[in-house]
Design a protein around this ligand. Sequence first.
Ligand SMILES: [Zn+2]
Length: 99
Amino acid sequence: MLRINLKDHLNKKGVLEPKSASIFNFIEFISLLVAASTSKHFKRFNPSCFSCGSHVTSIITLAERMIVWQCNRCEKEGIISHWHGTLWDMSNKENKLNS
Ligand SMILES: [Zn+2]
């Protein structure tokens, strides 16, 4: 289980700044997954698995605190926390657009 606090990998402007260059692809995958998971419109555009390129499914858990994801092929899985209010959190942005 890969546990990620998204805010650990953002700079002060809220832009992706992974703690090490070697995990950039993984953190980029995580950020796109947050956007897909929190968007009503782009749900079907979940990014491909950072490891094997296969289909990934994701859900938002109780009280929308965590995003849990799993790859259907290589069975990598993880939990994303602290994604609220980041650039990739689409939940509030779409509500504002619709109202
Ligand atoms: Zn995979």
